[in-house]
Ligand binder design. Structure first.
Ligand code: ZN
Length: 672
């Protein structure tokens, strides 16, 4: 639950730094539906040593081999749908301007982007813009390439896929968070089968020992199913579920272990291999500890079952991969923050009982991303803080990273869109954001990741899953509030990170404008807010609006039929953030489910339909896509005649379709 996503596409027209010089690198790759696909650069790769390049190469191969795992976790029909569409797309020799073919191509691009048939953010099923007749005729054309199940006829196969693609009521939502429903039965993901929410909760409650000070991450790497009337877990491991993919991952990790930068890194790579081989969650904890403690190496990576947003109960990890290396220049900023971690913890407005007496090992660095995979691809976070286990974070610390080359690519692509000019209250706010937002945004990410998630502690005996379906939203809210509170602290100017006491206002304004208004651009008319980060930004902003009403801290202003937010008192807004931080920390520390539920349901879910319509209309006029993601660079190993790697080349010439088809061809161990 420790990742930060881009708040919204608000960063525009940066003027005060090196990025102002428009580079000739081509950031824009493709555009379809509500998506824009970008490309990121990997500055500094060429300067790495040969051994480091080899390590990155092996790790990127290990990352790409996991792609099918995530696709299958998202829905059990996803791989079949993807294979069928790819077979049709590649074998098609009809008119490529036929609206049906155009619709099929768009749908396939969406399926690739979301790693399945449900939108990566809204979790709703995509609506196909091609007819069932067209699809059926085309599928029969490539019937030899259809991924039939054992004993299944072509007709039966097509019937099943027809329902999956064309029946909007069948598997309608990947992750359902609606209060009061059976969240397992109503979610289309493939993490559970044949079990109810109550059965799953009973099963795990029986496993958990409330007095265990070092609980494992229950359910993290398993599918829960019913066998002979009994609820059982099926582990993802070599010899278990996803064995073919995990075996390949392990193969590349072993090669990586051979060229590790130091002993500590070799240790954690070997622990990860052991975890993938045994499926033991105790081993996963040992891996996480070894990983969190190893901070000397330049190169680092994530490869495993990590974040649990894909599970309505927040337990099973979605497979994810990412490889990166340290950006030494930019890491100075995050080092300053983490060196002062205890000061921030001691001075927060939180009840002392919920504070960490000793903040351990918050290591923070700015990194250059080398590859994105699984749940981080093509849509990616801009900051990550791991591990997720609460007791490990408390006892051994955590690692926090800011993906600066990704943020820079977003910023480059967002230049000159006119977004802030449309939505900000006046030129004062536009200029404020122009001047300070790049820096303030980076600091928000740093504080959210390095300090926010790492702060605070649970009271003894409180279950780390006590907040259930509201846990992720409240945790993101807590980290955001910690960041917001401290952005306005004179300490940041004292440390030389902010140039002056005005800088934070740019982030405050953007945050409130986004939370109350502009993030609605990501929601379809008539829908509530569901995604955890969006709920978090809404409840924080809405709560501040309502609690600050008497003092007129935030004002909603109508002008020429358009709605704006105006912040009248930034200092009081900071106090409100402090109060809410104290309350959210109390909820987490005490495991107060009911208070957490009320906070999210009362302030974080509902949408005003009239304002929503207005925002959507204004946004459409700007012609920007609400979601962005990335294609990866391509790495090629140069070998001598004995097969030894003598260099690794990086290239940026692949387009979106080429990359997706290549990945399906070369990195698809579960479909062969
Ligand atoms: Zn976060």
């Amino acid at each position: 639950m420790k990742r930060l996503l881009l708040a919204a596409i608000t960063v525009a027209a940066l003027s005060n730094n090196a990025m102002a010089q428009k580079s000739d690198f081509n950031y824009n790759v493709d555009r379809f539906a509500d998506i824009e696909v970008l490309r990121y650069r990997v500055p500094g790769f060429e300067q790495l040593s040969l051994k480091q390049k080899q390590l990155i190469y092996y790790l990127t191969e290990a990352a790409l081999q996991g792609r099918d795992i995530l696709t299958d976790q998202n829905c059990r029909y996803n791989l079949q749908v993807r294979q069928t569409l790819e077979a049709i797309y590649s074998g098609y020799n009809g008119n490529r301007n036929d609206p049906n073919f155009i619709g099929l191509e768009k749908y396939l691009k969406q399926v690739w982007f979301a790693n399945g048939i449900h939108h990566h953010y809204s979790m709703d099923k995509f609506k196909p813009e091609f007819t069932q007749d067209f699809f059926n005729a085309q599928a029969r054309q490539v019937k030899k390439r259809l991924p039939l199940e054992k004993g299944q006829s072509v007709d039966d196969f097509i019937k099943v896929i027809d329902r999956v693609i064309f029946d909007p009521t069948f598997m309608a939502k990947r992750v359902n968070q609606a209060d009061g429903q059976d969240l397992i039965l109503t979610s289309a993901n493939n993490l559970y089968e044949g079990v109810t929410q109550k059965e799953v909760e009973d099963y795990f409650n029986a496993l958990k020992d409330p007095n265990d000070p070092q609980p494992v991450m229950y359910g993290l790497n398993t599918k829960v199913v019913k066998e002979k009337g009994k609820v059982v877990e099926k582990p993802y491991k070599v010899g278990g579920l996803y064995s073919k993919a995990i075996t390949k991952i392990v193969y590349w990790l072993k090669l990586a272990s051979g060229v590790a930068e130091n002993e500590g890194q070799r240790d954690y790579i070997n622990k990860l291999i052991e975890f993938y081989t045994t499926g033991s969650l105790k081993t996963f904890d040992e891996y996480s500890i070894a990983w969190a403690k190893e901070t000397k190496s330049d190169i680092d990576f994530i490869n495993g079952f990590i974040e649990s947003y894909g599970d309505p109960l927040g337990m099973t990890g979605s497979w994810e991969g990412m490889v990166n290396f340290r950006n030494n220049d930019a890491s100075h900023r995050t080092q300053l923050i983490s060196q002062n971690a205890q000061w921030f913890e001691n001075n927060s407005p939180v009840d002392p009982r919920f504070k960490k007496p000793n903040v351990t090992g918050v290591s923070a660095k700015v990194i250059t991303t080398a590859i994105l995979a699984g749940d981080a691809y093509p849509a990616t976070p801009i900051g990550i803080n791991l591990p997720n286990s609460n007791w490990i974070r408390a006892a051994h610390g955590s690692k926090s990273v800011t993906l600066e080359n990704i943020t820079d690519a977003y910023n480059e692509a967002a230049k000159g869109t006119g977004f802030n000019e449309e939505f900000a209250y006046s030129d004062t706010e536009v200029q404020l954001m122009k001047r300070y937002l790049t820096l303030a945004d980076k600091l928000h990410t740093d504080l959210h990741e390095c300090l926010g998630h790492a702060s605070g502690q649970l009271l003894p005996g409180v279950d780390q899953d006590a907040l259930k379906a509201y846990g992720a939203t409240l945790e993101e809210g807590r980290a955001d509030l910690f960041a917001l509170y401290y952005l306005a602290d004179p300490k940041l100017v004292e440390l030389g990170i902010f140039p002056d006491g005005e800088t934070y206002k740019a982030e405050y304004y953007k945050y409130i404008m986004n939370g109350l208004l502009t993030q609605l651009t990501r929601i379809e008319p008539g829908k509530d807010i569901e995604e955890s980060h969006m709920r978090n930004r809404k409840f924080v902003s809405q709560w501040a609006l309502e609690k600050g009403k008497d003092d007129n801290v935030i004002e909603i202003v109508k002008r020429n039929g358009k709605t704006y937010v105006k912040i009248n008192d930034y200092a009081k807004l900071r106090n409100l953030f402090g109060q809410l931080l104290a309350e959210v920390q109390r909820i987490k520390s005490e495991g107060d489910y009911e208070a957490g539920r009320q906070l999210v349901e009362n302030y974080g879910v509902k949408v005003d339909p009239v304002i929503h319509q207005e925002i959507l209309k204004r946004y459409q006029g700007l012609n920007i896509t609400p979601y962005k993601g990335f294609v990866n660079p391509r790495y090629t190993a140069v070998k001598d005649n004995k097969g030894n790697i003598t260099d690794v080349k990086i290239s940026y010439d692949e387009n979106y379709i080429e990359q997706m088809l290549r990945y399906s061809r070369d990195y698809s161990p579960l479909t062969k």
